[in-house]
Ligand binder design. Structure first.
Ligand code: SAM
Length: 297
């Protein structure tokens, strides 16, 4: 492989794309590459992010998976990826973090905001979630990708909200109600204060709960977008509960995972009827995306 970051894309019938996404996600040769899927009316586009231009062997491997997914003629198209997506800029204190359109920064670096940014101000506090961790950054880019393509989001949930950053990001971008819960009451209070500080108190409802064990989930669900940045063990145990609060067509984003936990967590969520929709790696941490199919019993 050579050159800078590249993307490989392919448009397939929904069923074939779902099979191919599974094959890629479970294939060790592609474990280090982020995968995203975008469902249009007739086809699904899969996008694989590669660190450099793939050579003939790698393309042959990919096309081999396309054949295994049941398509005899389609091939991946490869193009350079314009500009990297998120960078940390080296200012004093905690530097601001860019993740797609989101800019997460402390009070001391407001000046770096640009016109098109969705700027979120979070101070490093007692709760987890300033955007500097690979799991949070992976969730932010996955949230942006999901929201940029889905216009029918009515409500969202952030399980293990910490500072509330992910809930605030969703509320700022999509202007929909977000239930934000955490097992830790200090985190819940921090999330509430941060939502107020960022002008989305009317959208973010913060509460203390283990997993989905709060009446808010029953009373205000189902949810079209669910994020949970916890850890592999609790996430695997929460699979059925999370599937239960997911609306048909929902996107579920999970993080807090190490690459070697991909198989077990993927299996737990696929067993509930969810489909793999993507995987991205940031700083050695894995973020997974799943979709609940529109039609399912
Ligand atoms: C890695 S931090 C994520 C914070 C923030 N969402 C982010 O992405 O930066 C995980 C958070 O989940 C909370 N947590 C851990 N186990 C949980 C559980 N079973 N139910 C709800 N929250 C949990 C922790 O208290 C912590 O605030």
């Amino acid at each position: 492989m050579s050159g800078g970051q590249h993307v490989a894309t392919i448009d397939l019938a929904h069923d074939q794309a779902a099979v191919l996404a599974d094959l890629i996600s479970l294939d060790e040769r592609f474990a280090a590459f982020a995968l995203d899927s975008w469902t249009a009316r007739k086809t699904t586009r899969l996008t694989l992010y590669l660190p450099s231009r793939p050579g003939r062997t790698r393309l042959g491997e990919l096309d081999g998976l396309v054949r295994r997914a049941g398509n005899r003629s389609a091939n991946f198209t490869v193009a350079p990826l314009p500009e990297r997506d998120w960078v940390a800029e080296g200012l004093s204190g905690l530097p601001p973090v860019r993740a797609g359109r989101f800019l997460v920064h402390g009070r001391h670096v407001r000046s770096v905001r640009r016109a098109n940014d969705i700027a979120i101000e979070i101070e490093a506090a007692q709760a987890f979630g300033t955007g500097h961790h690979g799991t949070t950054a992976g969730c932010l880019t996955a949230i942006e990708a999901a929201l940029a393509r889905r216009w029918t989001i009515r409500r969202a949930a952030d399980i293990g909200t910490g500072t509330g950053l992910l809930a605030i990001a969703i509320a700022r971008m999509a202007h929909v109600p977000v239930v934000a819960t955490d097992i830790d009451p200090v985190a819940t209070a921090t999330a509430r204060a941060n939502a107020r500080h960022n002008g989305v108190a009317a959208y973010v409802q913060a509460a203390t709960a283990i997993g989905t064990g709060h009446a808010l989930y029953r009373e205000t669900g189902p949810f079209d977008l669910i994020v949970a940045n916890i850890l592999a063990g609790p996430l695997a145990r929460l699979a059925t509960d999370i599937r239960r609060i997911a609306a048909p067509g929902a996107r579920i984003i999970l993080s807090g995972l190490l690459p070697d936990q991909q198989r077990s967590v993927t299996a737990a969520y696929r067993n509930t009827g969810l489909r793999v929709a993507g995987a991205r790696h940031v700083d050695g941490w894995l973020t997974l995306a799943f979709d609940r199919p529109h039609r399912q019993h």
